[in-house]
Unconditional design. Structure first.
Length: 272
């Protein structure tokens, strides 16, 4: 683990000691640790950095703060350029990072990328609600009424949403090291503000690195619509759908090996 409060750097886990640099950007926001299985898988062929995004406390968290935390960590690790692999919110943050620092991204991989369009967020919410059904929604509503601790409430909500987000999981253990509800709210609110203000996805025109989008067909996040919304700003984007796969392809029974094969082949090709 690198990074501590004294240095001002965010924490990170390191894996592997040879090969290209790969940085994993976790989702949530505020759900550190869930990309550990990918880090372990890639460690045989890459030097993998798994940052834990800044926790809440003090000034409200912003997309800019997260971007600069990643830049500072790469500087401290003496990594000039890296493949940046983001999941969900982390895919959105990876794009924002590469737009601000296009010289630092060798390539981008977007896994289950969130959308930059409010219309499609509403569709996502409708899909999740349908999969939850009345009983599942009642359980989430009960948490909102009866669980006073926001971090515990978010942790339990994530557990209830894991199955509606997925298809056929090998495990429902997301390996979250910590869940930070305040970080989730502050970071997401700022991302929404930047979209309303017209910053994203327009800023992604500055990205010249190759971009791969891996998206499960059963992911409630609308993959084709998100792809179509990004293509005017990222014409180099390559889109791959994974059948029988939800939001966490590395945990999906039918899609896990196809996902890893696609990811590893991409990293080999983009590193030439």
């Amino acid at each position: 683990m690198t990074g501590d409060g004294r240095s001002g750097l965010i924490e990170a886990r390191r894996y592997g000691d040879a090969g290209p640099h790969v940085v994993l950007v976790h989702g949530g926001p505020g759900a550190a640790g869930h990309m550990a299985p990918i880090a372990r898988r890639l460690a045989h062929r890459a030097r993998v950095l798994e940052p834990f995004q800044r926790s809440s406390g003090g000034a409200p968290l912003t997309v800019r703060r997260h971007i600069e935390d990643l830049r500072a960590l790469l500087d401290a690790e003496r990594i000039d350029r890296a493949h940046v692999v983001g999941s969900s919110w982390g895919a959105m943050l990876a794009l924002a990072f590469a737009a601000d620092h296009p010289d630092r991204a060798r390539s981008l991989v977007l896994i289950g990328c969130g959308t930059f369009d409010g219309r499609f967020r509403e569709r996502f919410k409708a899909i999740v609600a349908e999969r939850l059904g009345p009983d599942g929604q009642d359980r989430i509503d009960a948490l909102a009424r009866h669980e006073p601790d926001p971090d515990t409430r978010l942790t339990k909500t994530v557990a209830l949403l894991t199955r509606p987000y997925s298809h056929d999981l090998l495990s429902e253990d997301l390996e979250n090291v910590r869940v930070d509800a305040r970080a989730n709210r502050e970071s997401w609110d700022d991302m929404l503000r930047l979209q309303v203000d017209g910053v994203y996805p327009q800023a992604f025109r500055r990205i010249d690195a190759p971009v791969l989008m891996l998206h499960g067909v059963k992911d409630p996040h609308p993959g084709p619509e998100t792809r179509d919304g990004l293509l005017p700003f990222l014409p180099q984007l390559e889109y791959v759908e994974l059948p029988e796969c939800g939001h966490f392809p590395w945990l999906e029974r039918a899609a896990q090996e196809t996902f890893y094969a696609r990811l590893e082949a991409w990293l080999r090709g983009a590193d030439r």
